[in-house]
Structures are given as C-alpha cells and as structure tokens.
Unconditional design. Structure first.
Length: 191
C-alpha cells in the first residue's frame, strides 16, 4: 500500500486551541500508511506582493513544505463566520507569486471543531471557496463539522466518545483514499 505524506495546517495560532487538540486525534487515528506533519504558520509575516520577487525564509519554507507532501489537511476554527487571518495569510503566501501556486492540483480536506452546534461549517465553506480558486481538488464528502464538548479529546490525541472516534477514523481513511484517487488522475509534476 502506498504511503501518503500529508501536511496539515492548524488554523489557530494558540497552543491551547481545541483545533490543535483535534489535530492530535486525527494524527492518532490516521491509517498507518499515512504520514502527517504539521505545517507551521505562526512565523509568517503579513503577505505583501512587494516581496514576491524575494520571498522571506518563512514563506519559502511554507511553499517547500507543501511541495513535499501528497495532500493537505486544514484543521481550523471559525472566526467571525470565516477562517482565521493567520490561515488566510498562509494561503496567500503559498499561492503566490502568480503562476507558482503551491495548492494547484494538491488534494485537500477541511475539518474543524467549535463549541457551537454548527462546528465551523460556515468557516469551512469560506475556506473551500478559497481552495477552489487555488485549484486544489477537495474532499467534499465526508463533511466534518465537529461540535467540541469538554473531555471528548485528550491532550494525547485520545477520543473518549466512541462514535466521534469512529467518525474521525473514517474521515482520515476517506481522505487517504481521496488522495490516492486524485494522484491517479493528476500525478505530481516530475522535476
């Protein structure tokens, strides 16, 4: 079985983010032939088109990290019915300069958790719109809007609710299968 390398973004910069906790559960529940690595976004300066000709080191590291993986997973909260500014900033850096979009043809999936009953649904829809423009093939089903409840996720990635654990395991399995299907149709460019 082919091993897929997946880079994941945590949309919140907070170390105590419930979405960071969710990401630990996703890493733990992913198929054994899926390697997940966080792609950090906290050190990026604000995107400025004037720097397109001479990318800052943090922005180039971001583009290199995306190039090194088979797919990207966005684990993000919802801020004001959208995505966090830090995540949008990272997407702007990765998709520029014009003609060097790191997300083009890169399989992606979105998931998030929040205390609210709709669990990041509106923010994810906004993110999917952005990723569509970036030409990233998206796993549109299974949708994953997780309502956070205290005690469901442990700091070690454990999940105390069996139904939630099964759902997240299935979600990661489906994402792995989605990556395989996309890469059959859109194989990565060879250098």
């Amino acid at each position: 079985m082919t091993t897929h390398k997946v880079g994941y973004f945590v949309g919140s910069l907070s170390q105590d983010s419930i979405n960071r906790t969710l990401s630990k559960a996703l890493v733990r529940l992913a198929p054994s032939h899926m390697e997940l690595t966080e792609i950090p976004i906290g050190d990026l300066p604000l995107y400025n088109r004037d720097l397109d000709g001479s990318y800052p080191a943090a922005a180039q590291a971001l583009k290199d990290a995306i190039a090194a993986v088979d797919g990207v997973l966005f684990v993000t909260p919802e801020y004001n019915r959208s995505i966090p500014g830090a995540l949008k900033n990272a997407i702007d850096w990765a998709s520029r300069p014009w003609g060097q979009n790191s997300f083009a043809r890169k399989p992606s999936a979105t998931i998030g958790t929040s205390p609210g009953a709709i669990g990041t649904a509106v923010g994810q829809q906004h993110l999917k719109s952005i990723l569509s423009f970036c030409n990233s093939p998206q796993m549109n089903a299974i949708e994953a809007y997780i309502q956070f409840k205290p005690g469901v996720f442990g700091d070690d990635g454990s999940v105390s609710d069996e139904g939630t654990e099964d759902f997240l395991r299935t979600y990661m399995h489906e994402f792995n299968e989605f990556i395989a299907r996309v890469l059959q149709v859109l194989p990565p460019d060879e250098d």
